[in-house]
Design a protein around this ligand. Structure first.
Ligand code: PHE
Length: 446
């Protein structure tokens, strides 16, 4: 049996888990979802979802992992043997591979955009040029498949080399650099003419946009961004040693992740309004807006290339966490070797990612019959939103009522405190109830 390995330090867990959390979810998905859902009102709903639902679930998920020191299926089996709860783990494994499939396609876009920026494609362009470049790129499915494959292979290479040396090394230095670069871009974006319209959109809530659907989107985004509801944080928690302070690590992770998402909004929206672009443009929003920013900014080619490079790395530390879940499962439960499991799941993710890579070029995938949306949006809705929400709901219920909240509390918190008491109430009564209400209200108000 292969050694599962441990994080070398508490900071190793914080960095790797933040590496998983911070990715395209913050910089690509957050601004486009906020833009589609009315801006500031979405931001409020999102912060609410993070504090009252996602953060308590993060503690629960990582706590379950550390307590059992197992993969998502094994963890449920250990606490409830002979019961069907381990199916939650299976749902997570499937979600992970499916998210990996389309996520890597978008990550492939960032690789292409890095090369475009570095080769001066974006010098002296305006908003219309940038939109044309993006549509032309979406039409080119061969190129997308190519970059998608490159990205998956990079992920597979790191995963096949094993946990500590693979993951820890990559996450350490680069996330703080991304943070600093984001701040620089925010400052530039805020100085653009007409930036204040973007700020208003982002900061002044329009109450009339409030709806159950908005809360569903905010909740889904919160789970997606914190990598919850599919066993990633459970798996990472399982590599933690017993004496690390789990709760405080999780506060850091949620804080960093939320900061990066909010900064991404401050970077995108002032520019979107300054260039008269459409904030509700959907998945293409960031890829249409950033090139114009880089084209107008002093030293834009340099900063732009560097930014996309960091985004590639941020996406990579997320995809490795997506692939690690099924791989760890096969190592633990099926006693497969790391290499063989990596090969299998990379293959599956590639096959399921093909329709996403074709989704801009092939009319069938651009507007799916029945759903009226493109394949990436559909896959993101099913796996990135609904399935993570369901996984998080079941996990919260499991921890609170099957494992039992007071036992979980002992695992997560070193001693009883104000926060440990609040967590107890949130995980038992608030988080599961809110997720359920939001799910049901969306079913009944369709
Ligand atoms: N949290 C990652 C991001 O924001 C995506 C992710 C989701 C990773 C679920 C793992 C599990 O980019």
């Amino acid at each position: 049996m292969e050694n599962r390995g441990n994080w070398k330090s508490k900071i190793g867990f914080i960095l790797a888990a933040s590496g998983s959390a911070i990715g395209l979810g913050n910089i690509w998905r957050f601004p486009s979802t906020a833009g589609k859902n009315g801006g500031a009102i979405f931001v409020l709903a999102y912060i609410f979802a993070i504090i009252f639902v996602a953060l308590p679930v993060l503690l629960a998920e990582a706590g379950l992992g550390r307590f059992t020191q197992l993969n998502p299926v094994g963890a449920f089996k250990k606490i409830a043997p002979q019961k069907k709860w381990y199916l939650i783990g299976f749902l997570g494994i499937i979600s992970g591979v499916m998210i990996l499939s389309y996520y890597s396609v978008i990550a492939g876009w960032t690789v292409a955009y890095f090369l475009k920026t570095a080769s001066h494609t974006f010098s002296n362009i305006n908003a219309a040029d940038s939109e044309n470049i993006f549509s032309a790129f979406l039409q080119n499915w061969k190129l997308q498949l190519f970059f998608f494959l490159i990205f998956l292979l990079m992920t597979a290479y790191i995963i096949s080399r094993g946990i500590v040396s693979g993951i820890e090394k990559f996450s350490k230095v680069l996330m703080p650099v991304l943070f600093l670069l984001l701040i620089l871009l925010v400052v530039f974006s805020l100085t653009l003419p007409g930036a204040s319209k973007g700020l208003l959109f982002y900061l002044k809530p329009d109450i009339s946009r409030l709806s159950f659907k908005l809360f569903l989107e905010a909740l889904g985004q919160a789970f997606f961004s914190l990598s919850l509801g599919m066993g990633t944080m459970l798996t990472y928690g399982s590599y933690l040693k017993k004496d690390d302070n789990l709760a405080s690590s999780c506060y850091y992770i949620a804080f960093f992740d939320t900061m990066i998402a909010l900064l991404a909004g401050f970077m995108i929206f002032p520019a979107v309004f300054s260039y008269n672009m459409d904030p509700a443009a959907g998945p293409g929003l960031v890829f249409k807006t950033l090139p114009v920013i880089f084209s107008q900014m002093p030293l834009g080619t340099l900063f732009g290339s560097f930014f996309f490079l960091l985004l590639i790395i941020a996406a990579l530390t997320s995809t490795i966490s997506l692939l690690e879940v099924p791989v760890a499962f096969f190592i633990d439960e099926k006693k497969w070797s790391r290499k063989k499991s990596t090969l299998l799941f990379t293959g599956i993710a590639f096959l399921f990612g093909i329709p996403s890579a074709l989704s801009g070029a092939v009319p069938f995938f651009s507007k799916l019959p029945l759903f009226d949306i493109d394949f990436i949006s559909l896959w993101d809705k099913i796996w990135g939103n609904l399935s993570l929400g369901l996984g998080a709901l079941l996990l919260a219920f499991f921890v609170a009522y099957i494992w039992k909240a007071h036992l979980a509390q002992k695992e997560i918190f070193i001693r009883e405190s104000f926060f440990s008491k609040i967590w107890y109430v949130l995980i038992k009564y608030v988080a599961p109830v809110l997720i359920l209400i939001i799910f049901l209200s969306n079913i009944f108000t369709q």
